[in-house]
Structure formats: structure tokens, C-alpha cells
Design a protein around this ligand. Structure first.
Ligand SMILES: Nc1ncnc2c1ncn2[C@@H]1O[C@H](COP(=O)(O)OP(=O)(O)O)[C@@H](O)[C@H]1O
Ligand SMILES: [Mg+2]
Length: 261
């Protein structure tokens, strides 16, 4: 097992995090650090606890035990909305679309809610009139430009490709002004060219000083964008190091790399 890094100035510090679903021990004593502005990959076989880890960090469901520290605060029992306000944003494996809004309006909507997955209730509360006043338009336009979606600003989400819908989901997450962005399989269903565009987007996000944790199966993308990679196997972290070390780690190869394409 590679050495477990402990950083003095972590933005995110997870300590001995555990999650059980009945008899399933999905995450086992996970400790992980992410520094401000760092891009960290989280990899592992299907069912190894990657999405569960993201769900615990983002507050989708509570940890069984352990601690989540973010920006010096204990976030372990914080509600989702409060975590978003503290600077934590995430995307989901499936996209959420609001068919009657354009790409620009969807990002504006996210700027208003500061929630990265607004519900219909939020949408109705905010109402079209708020968006039509254009208070958040400049900010939303800048985010769309960062994502390379500016030319599609006036299109409806249903009209753009699934890869563009995934980028839109990242755009709405960025609208909440995160310090850390959690991406759960952002390249799912993307072809090579789209993955290359996504890699460039992640690098641009990092250039803004935003830390990113990315779950991904495509090792090319992970090796290209990540400064550090943590590897899960059966809910347990088996390695945590720079890409060149991870690539050559026998335990990682046995658990994961050897079995992947
Ligand atoms: N909401 C849930 N209820 C019960 N079991 C779950 C739930 N979410 C995940 N699991 C289980 O936890 C384990 C880890 O799943 P997951 O975190 O989704 O893995 P990964 O994202 O690495 O593929 C699996 O055995 C999965 O079946
Ligand atoms: Mg998953």
C-alpha cells in the first residue's frame, strides 16, 4: 500500500469515514485529504464505494461514523444546502434538466438558488420574472464561456448533445461558487473528443483555484488531469499517490487497472 498522505492545510479532510447500508459495508474507514485548488481522482472497480463517498461528502446521506472537515469546519452532520453555501458542489451521474429553460437561464437559475440540483419547488419559487430581470446574467455568461457552451446559450437543454448536457450540469454546479467540485463520472457516455474537451474544462476550473475530485473510469482522462489519485477497493482505500506511482502499484493493478480496458 502506498503511503497515506496527510496534509496540514487541507481544504477537505475526511477521517475514518464509514458507511453501512444494512449488511453492506460500502465505505470502510476512509481518510482522504484534498488541498485547495488540487485535482484528485477517485478510482476503483464498480461497487467499490466511489459514489457513496461523494454522497457522504456532499451530504446526500449521513455517514455511519467518522468525520468530514471542510475549510476548517466540521461538516459531518451539516445539511446539503449548508454544505453548498460553505463551498461544496457536486454533479450527479444522471443529468437533471429543466426543459423550458435555455442553457443560459438554467445557469442563471443555479446562480439564484446556489443549489446545484434545484428542485421544481425552487424553480417555481424563483419564477421566470426573477430570471427575466437578468440579475445573474453576466455571471452565468462567464460560466458558459468557461465551459465552452456560450454559443449554445439560447438553446434549450433538450436540444443539445448529452455531452453538452453533462457540461451544463458542471456549469450549474459552478454557479454556486464552490471551493471544491465533486464530479461523479462526468465523462459517462462521452466519446474521445468530448473527453478531451472535458479534460480541458477541468484544467480551466482548476486554473480558477477551484479544487476538483473526479470519479472516472477512463484512465486516460484521470492520468491527464489529476495531480493525485486515490484508489478504492471493496470500500477501502488501497492507494493514494501521484499518477505515475498509482499506475505502477501492484495492488492497484490487481484490483483495478489489470481488469479495465
Ligand atoms: N442507497 C444505497 N442503499 C443500499 N446500498 C447501497 C446504496 N448505495 C450504494 N450501495 C452499495 O454500496 C456499495 C458501493 O456502491 P457505490 O458507492 O455506488 O459504488 P461505485 O460508485 O464505486 O460503483 C455497493 O455494494 C452498492 O450496492
Ligand atoms: Mg458510482
Amino acid at each position: 500500500m502506498g503511503k497515506l498522505r496527510q496534509m496540514a492545510n487541507s481544504l477537505l479532510a475526511i477521517r475514518e469515514l464509514d458507511k453501512r447500508f444494512g449488511g453492506v459495508h460500502a465505505v470502510k474507514s476512509l481518510s482522504l485529504d484534498i488541498a485547495a485548488g488540487e485535482v484528485v481522482g477517485l478510482i476503483g472497480p464498480n461497487g467499490s464505494g466511489k459514489s457513496t463517498s461523494v454522497n457522504l461528502i456532499s451530504g446526500t446521506f449521513p455517514a455511519t461514523s467518522g468525520q468530514i472537515l471542510f475549510d476548517g469546519q466540521d461538516m459531518t452532520r451539516m445539511p446539503i444546502g449548508e454544505r453548498v453555501k460553505q463551498g461544496l458542489a457536486r454533479t450527479f451521474q444522471t443529468t437533471t434538466l429543466f426543459g423550458e429553460f435555455t442553457l443560459l437561464e438554467q445557469v442563471e437559475l443555479a446562480c439564484h438558488t446556489r443549489y446545484n440540483q434545484p428542485s421544481w419547488a425552487d424553480v417555481l419559487k424563483i419564477s421566470r420574472a426573477t430570471i427575466d430581470r437578468g440579475i445573474q446574467r453576466d455571471k452565468a455568461e462567464k460560466i458558459l464561456t468557461l465551459l465552452g457552451l456560450d454559443a449554445l446559450a439560447a438553446h434549450y437543454a433538450a436540444e443539445v448533445s448529452s455531452a453538452q448536457q453533462r457540461l451544463l450540469m458542471i456549469a450549474t454546479a459552478l454557479a454556486t461558487e464552490p471551493k471544491l467540485l465533486l464530479l461523479d463520472e462526468p465523462a459517462a457516455g462521452m466519446v474521445a473528443k468530448e473527453r478531451a474537451e472535458l479534460a480541458a474544462v477541468i484544467q480551466k476550473i482548476r486554473a480558477q483555484g477551484i479544487a476538483v475530485m473526479v470519479i472516472e473510469h477512463h484512465m486516460g482522462l484521470i492520468m491527464e488531469v489529476c495531480e493525485r489519485i486515490a484508489v478504492l477497493n471493496f470500500g477501502q482505500k488501497i492507494a493514494d499517490d501521484v499518477p505515475s506511482i498509482i499506475r505502477a502499484d501492484p495492488a492497484v493493478i490487481e484490483a483495478y487497472l489489470g481488469a479495465s480496458d
